[in-house]
Write a protein of this length. Structure first.
Length: 25
């Protein structure tokens, strides 16, 4: 299973943290 770390983190952050957190940016 190959998954980009960036995408994995982005998806996890979106699910764990609300969409108003500027962590992804």
């Amino acid at each position: 299973m190959k998954t980009d770390p960036d995408r994995f983190i982005l998806e996890n952050t979106s699910v764990l943290s609300p969409p108003h957190v500027p962590e992804i940016r």
